[in-house]
Design a protein around this ligand. Sequence first.
Ligand code: NAP
Ligand code: HSE
Length: 437
Amino acid sequence: MKTIRVGLLGLGTVGGGTLDILQNTLPEIQCRLGQTIEVTIIAVRDLNRARSVDTTGIQMTDNTQDVVTDPDVDVVIELMGGTTLAKELLETAIKNGKHVVTANKALIAEFGNELFSLAEQHNVIIAYEAAVAGGIPVIKAVREGLAANKIEWIAGIINGTGNYILTEMKKPGADFAQVLSVAQELGYAEADPTFDVEGIDAAHKLTILASIAFGIELQFNKVYTEGISKVTAEDIRFASQLGYEIKHLGIAKRSEEGFSLRVHPTLIPKEVLIANVNGVMNAVMAYGNHVGPTMYYGPGAGAGPTASSVVADVIDVIRAQHQPKEDRVPALGFKADQMQTAPVLDIDAIDSAYYIRCFAKDHTGVLAKVTALLAQSNINIEHLHQEPCKQNRDDATLVMITDETKESNLNQALIALQALDEIVGDVMRIRVDSLGA
Ligand code: NAP
Ligand code: HSE
């Protein structure tokens, strides 16, 4: 049986999971592949760190160059993270004729255009299934499974840590910092967890999904990004009372004017399937013009699920390596010279319904003033709820769900609302989307 030799960059959460699969599930993989896979070299930062996986017989090094220049390595798996050293190493690996598998969404979203072009020049493959939605094979599903469709929109819960936090915050007394620290212990969070909490990780993934869905170049810097750090347990409770769940969504939509690419907390009606995706689970909806709505569900982070996607990529790479490069699946699903250049729209241009929550002095006529102000901007209120403010019984909490309006129009109205003397503290706004339901 032929042996394919693999070099690993990183042996942390995902690297450890990958080595574990390649050791313990190898007989099953050999039956599928008809070849065997051997991890021959691994680079880590700290050679003295205790490992949960058995590295006997594998060359361990703290010199990452050893992996990408090793003439015996056929495939390099990058599971270190970061975009500086990881990019340099992958460039060297590619120039040395090695195929590459990575789970690094930041690297693909920010530098994928140039890396794919370099890989094409050197006739090697870059596979990155694990970069989006952990264990869900969503890249393959959208890029290959939906290839007969014009994709109209994609919407997904694509950060496991964020979804875990929002789910746990529904429990009485949950503390944001404590819940995040459990997500870190479970291996879900990024090295810098603000990437999870502030939506940057989801924006990286949305950049990739939008590119394979619409055939547009990777444009991370054009994604509107809002995290979950301002969403309170009270907002989650109010939304629930009104029949909604709050989820952190990545949304990419096609319109005649261009594409909208955005990541933000979103109220979704409870009866929509994706509103019921909880904990570390992710789900991606893709709407194709022939197939209609589809949804892909599974664990979005953690060692086993992510490594499952990494190893599947290694198998795909081994199978495709001897195909002529023009017959391989293009890295982003569309031929490199056929990518579209339609504009990415500003967030002000979107139409949406909104959840608005504010605290106001509990005086006669305040409610009338607030509703009149929204009416002046032609914003219709679909639901209105008022109750005494928990923090200060002299104030009232006002919660409203509006009908659809242009974001720029809502922003003008919110500036005026915030300026009212009777409004206490910051006005909270969250977009509402029924996702085609
Ligand atoms: P991690 O647990 O922090 O592991 C990183 C590994 O890289 C460690 O083994 C570390 O060595 C090694 N490393 C870092 N810098 C190095 C350097 N300069 N030289 C040599 N080795 C170095 O990270 P992870 O959670 O596995 O994530 C790895 C990648 O997968 C990231 O791109 C992440 O975004 C992506 N990802 C993670 C998940 C997840 O659920 N965790 C899911 C999908 C994608 P030491 O062990 O010696 O410190
Ligand atoms: N930190 C990421 C998440 C890992 O929580 O979704 C998976 O990409």
